[in-house]
Design a protein around this ligand. Structure first.
Ligand SMILES: C[S@@+](CC[C@H](N)C(=O)[O-])C[C@H]1O[C@@H](n2cnc3c(N)ncnc32)[C@H](O)[C@@H]1O
Length: 200
């Protein structure tokens, strides 16, 4: 077992530098387009706010959550954001208690890093936090992803993803799979599920 299988020590600061100024992801844009009016959103594992800034720009109230103080600091110092609509919380998924009556929960490339023991609880919390008609959008890693053997990373088969999404109407479920690199230039095999789902 190599080190990557024992621990997931990502250099998130280097990651934030590498993805700075990238546009919001298709999943959050698709989910936002599906709403008639703005509401209350959570951004789980918000990073430096790549998606949060777009949710704010569309006049939503956002609670942005990340375990890295650096992420929250970068988000708070972004130019031209409506900080009156933004609340932040520096906390890990493992300790998080989600609020109720939320319209939209975004988790872009962050849930794979929730500890696998806690993931089922967090997934249930996401469902319980959303209002009926509210949406989850974000990404999960697939069973053929490079990090599938890392005991600290969540990966799923397509069947497991569809089971997770049973209490939702699936509005977008795209599977992406190919060799590539991380934003930090590391070679890896990507197997990603892109998800937008409405709570029914
Ligand atoms: C790949 S980055 C994605 C950031 C952002 N959502 C984006 O799309 O650019 C993953 C983020 O999840 C956060 N994260 C990883 N594990 C976490 C955990 N256990 N609890 C809370 N946040 C976590 C990291 O700090 C990082 O900011």
């Amino acid at each position: 077992m190599n080190n990557e299988q024992l621990t997931i020590k990502r250099d998130w600061k280097a990651y934030y530098n590498a993805v700075a100024n990238r546009p919001p992801r298709k999943t959050i844009l698709t989910a936002l387009d599906a709403f008639q009016k703005p509401g209350i959103a959570l951004d789980l594992g918000c990073g430096d706010g790549r998606d949060t800034v777009e949710i704010l720009r569309q006049n939503w109230q956002v609670l942005a959550i990340d375990k890295e103080p650096e992420a929250i600091a970068r988000l708070q110092t972004r130019p031209n954001i409506n900080s009156l609509q933004l609340t932040t919380q520096t906390i890990s998924f493992e300790e998080l208690q989600l609020p109720k009556s939320v319209d939209l929960i975004n988790a872009s490339f962050s849930l794979p890093f929730c500890s696998p023991e806690v993931f089922p609880t967090l997934w249930n919390q996401i469902y319980n936090s959303l209002i009926t008609g509210g949406r989850f959008c974000g990404h999960l890693f697939g069973e053929r992803d490079s990090w599938r053997n890392n005991k600290l990373i969540n990966t799923f088969t397509l069947q497991q993803v569809t089971t997770l999404l049973k209490p939702y109407a699936i509005e977008l479920l795209e599977e992406e799979e190919h060799p590539g690199t991380t934003p930090l230039g590391e070679d890896r095999y990507w197997h990603i599920f892109h998800i937008v789902a409405r709570k029914i």
